[in-house]
Structure formats: C-alpha cells, structure tokens
Design a protein around this ligand. Structure first.
Ligand code: KG4
Ligand code: ZN
Length: 380
C-alpha cells in the first residue's frame, strides 16, 4: 500500500509518501519521499506560532512540497492550463475555489496520470484550525481529482507511532509520553487504534514552557534546542547552581498523572526580574540548566506514576521535546528500572513531520470527504 501523507497542523508544512508492506500484523514502513518546510524563521519575531501567518505559509508551500514529494518538476511540464482536463477542474471547483486556484497554478498535475497511491492521510487535529484546513482542503481536492480515499489522522497518534517509521516494533500495551509544543500527555495504547488518555497538562505544554522561558532569557524561537544547548554547556562545565536559582517542580508530589508548566515559566520570569532589579547578571546558563532539570524531574515523576498504574510493555516518548537528549536519557533510565522497552524517534521524526502522519494514517479509517474536518482540540 502507498500512502500520501499531509501535515499542516502547526508551523511545519510537510508531505510524505510511504510504502507499507507486510500486512496489518507486522507492517513495514518505507519512506519513499519526504518534503518539509519549516516556518520557524517567520514566527521567530512573535516568539511563537502566529495562526494567520501559519495558514498563509502553508498555502504558499503545500503545493510545491507536494510536487517535490511526488517528484513532479513543475517547470519541465506544460504550464498551459488549456491542455488540462476541464472536467476535472470543474469537479474540483465544486470542492473549493482556493484549492482549484492552487492546483491550476500547477497544470503539470493534470497531465500526470493518477499516481499509484492507495490513500491520502491528512492531519485533522489537534492543531491550529486555519492551518489544518489548508492540508484538509488540499487532500479533499486531490481525492476528487484522482479518486483516492482520505484517512483523517490524529497528529498526537502520529507522534505516538513515529518509531514504526524507523523500523522499530512496538510491543503493546504501550505507554506514550507525548511532549510537544502544544501538548503534554501520558496515554496508554492497547493497539495502534486504541488509546486511553491518563492525564495531560492543565496549562502550558512542556515545549511551550521551553519556548516561553527562552523568550524570557532573550533566546530565539523555538526555545527548546536553545535552552537544551545552554543547559548542556553548563552540565559539561560542571557549573554550580546556587540557591537563588532553584526552581519549583510543579505538581511533583501529587499522585495525579497531570502536569502544570505555567507556574514554572512565571518562576523563571520573577527570578530574572529579581536578578535584574539588583543589577546583577542574568546567568542564563544556570537558569537554563535548572529549568531543564525541573522539567526532567516532573516528566520522570509523572511517567513513573503512570508506569505504576498500568502494566505496559513499552514506554514511547514522542513530540518535539523528546528530541532532548537529557530528558530522553532520564526516561530511558526509568524504563530500564521498570523493565519495559524504551522507544524514541530520531530528531527528524520527533518534531513535526509528515512521515509519522503516514504511519498513523495506515491505521486510521478512510472516511467520506464530508467527514474530514479540522478539529483543533481533537482528543487522542
Ligand atoms: O512536536 P513539535 O515539533 O510540534 C508540536 O506538535 O507542537 O514540538 C515543538 C516543540 C517546541 O516547543 C520546541 O521548543 C520543542 O518542541 N523542542 C525541544 C527540543 N527540540 C524541539 N524542547 C526541548 N529540547 C529540544 N531539544
Ligand atoms: Zn507535533
């Protein structure tokens, strides 16, 4: 089976083509192509993702990325719209004018025979709805143009199942710690199709906390890698922390599988203000190290509770923050203590991408086009 996957839920536009062999019991995923465009440079000035801009950027970049993924060179083929099939254009016009406009800008698509694709997997949530609709409308238009069914995909399931794209096997039931810019969740999957949420963050997500703390420290967006680098430097140099830099570990002593990172960010803000008011130097390296230590401690404590509450065979970590080597190694250690398999993706697959959407799309059901809708708060 060949899957065309489309991701536009946040600030990454991505298209992938996956080939799946081996049947439903033991599928093997092969990435045939992956084209990704990150909008980080554009959102940098806002210190976070600005939805209207994200939508515009997805609209600009989706079709060129798609052509790259299906290996059509728009310049090498006819650009004369008259040579394209009117019937097909009419059909698409019915779906959406904007998408028609996008597609007619690339007449190469019409000349092209229907590619050998069995389904289109598109992220329908959670995420920014204006951004999600860009991918959804495009998937719908392609579905009509080429008569290919569409499977709506939950972005968080994509993060959960991402290790499958790198040849790893998941032994179920599996506990997933999903730590991204928009979400922080612990969930158990009985199978790739069945999930139960154990708990989530009450306010900010872990990645969001990284981004906000980075902003307080005057570091560019996205803050995760920036803070991680500073913290790593301090640990390497064995920089001693001091009393005035100790940060709270929000909710660490509660029994609930729940997180709260908003207070941690505020604690950093007050700390910086206090240091500045005394005309002292803001020691960013120490703050970054302390902040990362706090996030790590809380993530480990809550994952530990979840492991005690469940009897899983595997611990999977996914989402942008799972690219953090310090946090990753702390969770690997925890998995070893509990005798469960540990799975994490490479950096490329930990942050947003279309490959993981293709993997989750393999397990998702195809639906009538009218049912493929953006759901900003889609639960796992
Ligand atoms: O999963 P993702 O790419 O997008 C969402 O679905 O939100 O996650 C992005 C988040 C950002 O907040 C970014 O700062 C964070 O992941 N991130 C990191 C690291 N790399 C990315 N956080 C900590 N350490 C990293 N190395
Ligand atoms: Zn994500």
């Amino acid at each position: 089976m060949k899957i065309l996957a489309i991701e536009t839920s946040c600030d990454e536009t991505a298209v992938a083509i996956l080939e799946v062999k081996g049947g439903a019991k033991a599928p093997k995923f092969k990435v045939l192509s992956h084209a990704l465009h990150s909008q980080v440079k554009i959102h940098e000035q806002y210190g976070g993702v600005f939805p209207g801009l994200a939508k515009r950027e997805h609209q600009i970049n989706l079709v060129p990325l798609f052509l790259k993924a299906i290996k059509v060179n728009p310049k090498s083929e006819s650009r004369n719209p008259k040579q394209t099939s009117n019937i097909k254009i009419k059909k698409i016009e019915k779906v959406l004018e904007r998408e028609t406009e996008l597609l007619t800008r690339f007449p190469a698509l019409y000349g092209k025979k229907r590619p050998k694709i069995d389904r289109i997997a598109v992220t329908t949530g959670p995420g920014l709805e204006p951004a999600l609709w860009v991918g959804i409308n495009f998937a719908r238009a392609l579905s009509i143009l080429w008569d290919i069914p569409v499977a709506p995909v939950n972005h968080m399931r994509g993060h959960f199942l991402a290790p499958l794209a790198e040849g790893k096997k998941i032994e179920f039931p599996a506990l997933g710690l999903l730590i991204s810019g928009g979400h922080t969740e612990l969930a158990v999957a009985k199978s790739p199709m069945s999930y139960k949420l154990l708990g989530a963050t009450r306010d900010d997500a872990a990645g969001e906390a990284y981004d906000k703390v980075a902003r307080i420290l005057g570091l560019p967006y996205p803050g995760g890698p920036q803070i991680a680098a500073l913290a790593e430097k301090s640990r390497k140099l064995k920089v001693e922390s001091r009393k005035e830099f100790i940060l709270p570990r929000p909710m660490i002593h509660t029994k609930e599988v729940e997180f709260s990172f908003s207070g941690l960010k505020t604690a950093v803000l007050y700390m910086v203000q206090k240091v500045e008011s005394r005309k002292l130097k803001v020691e960013r390296e120490i703050i970054a190290m302390e902040f990362e230590e706090s996030v790590k401690d809380v993530l480990v404590a809550k994952t530990k509770i979840a492991l005690q509450k469940t009897s899983v065979k595997t611990l999977i970590i996914g989402g942008g923050v799972s690219a953090n080597t310090y946090i990753k190694s702390a969770l690997l250690k925890l998995a070893k203590e509990y005798g469960v398999e540990f799975l994490a993706s490479s950096k490329k697959l930990a942050t947003d991408n279309a490959i993981m959407i293709g993997v989750a799309g393999y397990y998702a059901k195809t639906r009538p086009l009218g049912m493929i809708k953006a759901e900003g708060n889609l639960p796992l």
